[in-house]
Design a protein around this ligand. Structure first.
Ligand SMILES: C[S@@+](CC[C@H](N)C(=O)[O-])C[C@H]1O[C@@H](n2cnc3c(N)ncnc32)[C@H](O)[C@@H]1O
Length: 229
């Protein structure tokens, strides 16, 4: 694992216990609803085998299973502390929690009908490898669906940026008790690819039917894309 990835892993191990509370506060309670939207995209084409990468505390994995109760769902992450919170949360029936690095997935080609992830891509050291791995483990026709943070655009962008720089590290200090981790969240979001640039990377990985929906003044995006048949 590269040094950048080990640093990310240590950051999430450190904030696992307060992660869900901070997420609800930072998104004004919208995170769970967005995760359900991600799950609806991923399961819309049917299928019975789903992978939620960077599952964290497992919110998307549970939403996928809720959409498709008979399915088998794997929630995978490289933070053992996040996985531990996922395992201890209610509503886990039918979900298998597993350690995995998104750069090197321990799954066969074409193993899944749908792949989901939330807030993964801005954290990885090799985005193209991570997208290639998702493409590889999907069946032809399978869907990837993701929630991702995004640098704000449009005329309100300067104000949204200032708001993020002030509010998130403050909440991170008082509630999350780790200012550096939440400063990292702001820096990695503001420094991440624009939606136009990320669309190109999905295309270069081979995905088609790429769609994106903007949420929360453009600071969050819901992506969906398909592996060609
Ligand atoms: C911001 S949390 C998101 C958790 C969850 N998806 C959600 O929406 O609440 C990001 C997660 O990505 C995981 N992660 C980051 N890089 C990863 C990688 N290379 N492989 C696997 N998991 C990774 C972190 O451990 C962390 O649990």
């Amino acid at each position: 694992m590269r040094n950048e990835d080990s640093t990310v892993q240590a950051t999430f191990n450190g904030i696992a216990r307060r992660y869900d509370l901070m997420n609800s506060l930072m998104t004004l309670g919208s995170h769970k609803r967005w995760c359900r939207e991600v799950a609806i995209f991923a399961t819309g084409g049917g299928g019975s085998k789903f992978l939620d990468l960077a599952t964290g505390t497992g919110v998307i994995a549970r939403a996928v299973h809720g959409q498709n109760p008979g399915s088998s769902v794997i929630g995978a992450d490289f933070s053992e502390a996040m996985l531990e919170v996922a395992r201890q949360t209610r509503g886990n029936g039918g979900i298998h929690w597993q350690f995995a690095d998104a750069h090197e997935l321990p799954f066969e080609d074409g193993a899944f009908d749908g792949v989901t992830h939330g807030y993964l891509l801005r954290n990885v050291s090799d985005l193209d490898k991570v997208l290639a791995e998702q493409f590889r483990v999907l069946v032809p026709g399978g869907v990837v669906s993701a929630l991702e943070s995004s640098p704000p655009g449009g005329i309100l962008a300067p104000f949204v940026r200032i708001g993020m720089r002030v509010v998130i590290p403050t909440l991170g200090t008082i509630i999350g008790r780790d200012r550096d981790a939440y400063q990292y969240l702001v820096d990695s979001t503001l420094g991440f690819l624009t939606p136009q640039a990320l669309r190109l990377r999905f295309e270069q990985a081979g995905f088609v039917d790429i769609k994106v929906k903007s949420k929360f003044l453009g600071t969050n995006m819901i992506w969906s894309a398909r592996k060609p048949r």
